[in-house]
Design a protein around this ligand. Structure first.
Ligand SMILES: *Cc1c(COP(=O)(O)O)cnc(C)c1O
Length: 377
């Protein structure tokens, strides 16, 4: 059996090597290293895929979130409601822009932000909500958009883990996550569902004025070269990465299907096991399984993790410390933030290898060895 990895980007690359290498060489030959055809083509293809009116590519997913917040003209001290149970980038940019992160609770089953918790956290200073489609499952966008409308708030979707996920509204309309909020953000970090071979990111919006502001913000605040109308930053998708992503975007749906098949294998193997809760998929969402994350009931996670590692099975804790307990926010007056569900999940989640190249033999080994943990003790 091939050695196990959390993510196997190498095997995936080897299957598309010719096409990727040719695309890279085309960029090299064109000498268009910044911007150019590859970046244009990828931006257009991604825009069509997501079903957004405008797509602005940028250097990474963290920049995408930062640029989104800059473009909304949020002012220091404005409050931004976000889950605490997310990757740090979501909330770090809030603090970086001198906005106030307001951490709220997630749903125990979907791991995504709880609309009731959003409602309770709204104050006159609230300006935006940042739902995160964690692990590849959509946050409840229909309810979130209704709250945003009621209180006149902006919604920025953090879609870094869920590219390709479909959201079904109660009237039957289906949209891709990232195209629903006022702005959507995503990342092409190599391990993401649509991963580059380096960094990359993109920002989506259906609002033309906002699209222009985002484009300017990502490009030193300029629309006309050397005329800088606002304070921006420099955040570009690299042309070589765009060429690679062009090859991979065509395969994104089949990559997501492969993840779903692997997830289905695990879920079937763990059916009826009382110490394992397998990932839940709400009726409104598909699940693109950026992660396959279990919640453990009554077993020692450190022991399980060490046991899996001893069997050559990689495993990870996403994320061991929630945002509201990170030292970086110690000056943000979060002492009395109490998020029992977030804390509960943080102590119990464990993620197994999930990627497009998992073979039946590997899945069988991982699940059967995991199930032997209790006997092994
Ligand atoms: C990966 C990720 C980001 C940041 O993306 P980078 O490209 O690494 O900057 C933001 N939010 C979430 C939820 C992520 O998983």
């Amino acid at each position: 059996m091939k050695a196990l990895q959390m993510v196997d980007t190498k095997t995936q690359y080897l299957k598309i090597k010719e096409e990727v290498d040719a695309a890279i060489h085309e960029v090299l030959d064109s000498a268009a290293y910044i911007g150019g055809k590859a970046v244009q083509e990828f931006g257009n293809a991604l825009n069509a895929y997501i079903g957004s009116k405008f797509t602005i590519t940028c250097a990474n997913g963290t920049d995408a979130l930062q640029i989104a917040m800059m473009a909304l003209d949020l002012q220091p001290g404005d409050e931004v409601i976000t889950p605490s149970f997310t990757y740090i980038a979501t909330t770090e940019v809030v603090a970086l822009l001198r906005l106030k992160p307001v951490f709220v609770e997630v749903d125990k089953k979907t791991f995504c932000i709880d609309p009731e918790a959003i409602r309770k956290a709204i104050t006159p200073k609230t300006k935006a909500i940042v739902p995160v489609h964690l692990y590849g499952h959509a946050a409840p966008m229909e309810e979130i958009m209704a709250i945003a409308k009621e209180y006149n708030l902006f919604v920025i979707e953090d879609n870094a883990q869920a590219i390709g996920c479909d959201y079904t509204f109660s009237d039957g309309t289906v949209k891709k996550t990232g195209s629903i909020g006022h702005i959507g953000c995503t990342s092409f970090y190599p391990s993401k569902n649509l991963g580059a071979y380096g960094d990359g990111g993109a920002i989506f919006t259906n609002d033309e004025a906002l699209a222009e502001k985002i484009r300017m913000t990502a490009n030193h605040g300029q629309k006309v070269r050397y005329l800088h109308d606002l304070v921006g930053c420099n955040s570009r998708l690299d042309a070589i990465q765009a060429a690679i992503l062009n090859v991979k975007l065509k395969r994104l749906d089949s990559y997501n299907s492969a993840r779903q098949s692997a997830a289905a294998y695990y879920t079937k193997a763990f059916e009826g096991i009382d110490w394992i809760t397998t990932p839940y998929t709400a009726p409104y969402s598909t699940h693109v399984h950026h992660q396959y994350t279990l919640v453990l009931n009554g077993v020692n996670r450190d022991e399980l993790s060490a046991y899996l590692t001893s069997k050559g099975i990689p495993n990870m804790i996403y994320y061991p410390v929630p945002g509201h307990k990170q030292k970086m926010f110690s000056n943000f007056g979060l002492n009395d933030v109490d998020l029992p569900i977030t804390d509960w999940l943080t102590e119990r989640v464990i993620s197994l290898p999930i990627h497009t190249e998992l073979e039946q033999e590997q899945l069988a080994f991982i699940s059967s060895e995991l199930l032997k943990f209790k006997q092994a003790k």
